[in-house]
Design a protein around this ligand. Sequence first.
Ligand SMILES: [Zn+2]
Length: 227
Amino acid sequence: MWQDFLQLVFPRLCVLCYEPLVKQENFLCMHCINNLPYTHYWKERDNPAAQLFWGRVQLEWVIPFLHYTKQGRVQKMIHQIKYHNRPEMAEYLGMLFGNVLRHTCLCDAHAIMAVPLHPLRLRQRGYNQSEKIARGIAGVMKLPLWNGIIERKTWQKSQTLKSRYERWENVKDAFELINPLAVEGKHIILVDDVLTTGSTLEACANCLINDGKARVSIATLAKADLV
Ligand SMILES: [Zn+2]
């Protein structure tokens, strides 16, 4: 009753089309969910996202959920979860993603882990958006979410204008495996928000694989199509 009243006075709107949401909808209306630009890369192991890592690091699967295009709907959602203090929306999108991943080869993974933010960045933003996405995925897949296994040592400036080599130089030693024993022999799903050049994910995965003898799959909310 009170909820109905609130919805009447302050209707909850879809973040993409601004239509009022019905009771069982959150953040996105059913129409927008059905029309998101899904990659469907979970059906194809040698997908273009996986190919990005060929010759760089040996991964099990690489699965971005959505295509990210500039000025597009996915950019709008990523912007909301990164800069508009919407951690609960990141978790919700993770749940949508988890509903897909639990029917794939990733369901045999042992745990989920997010690419960590540097502590200073974490303090600045208040939360790690990738950790929220990972939490949503973990809940649906009924897998443990591991924190504090890897630490980010270096503070990163914006990578947007850097070349792939410069990005790699910038991140290759950015991570440190704190707890190698926890990951040894395990299959870990490493989660990030957007896959662009893959430098950050490569560095983080390398840390788990080389220093921790883990197997790693990558799951990101979106993949930016590089020009
Ligand atoms: Zn909508």
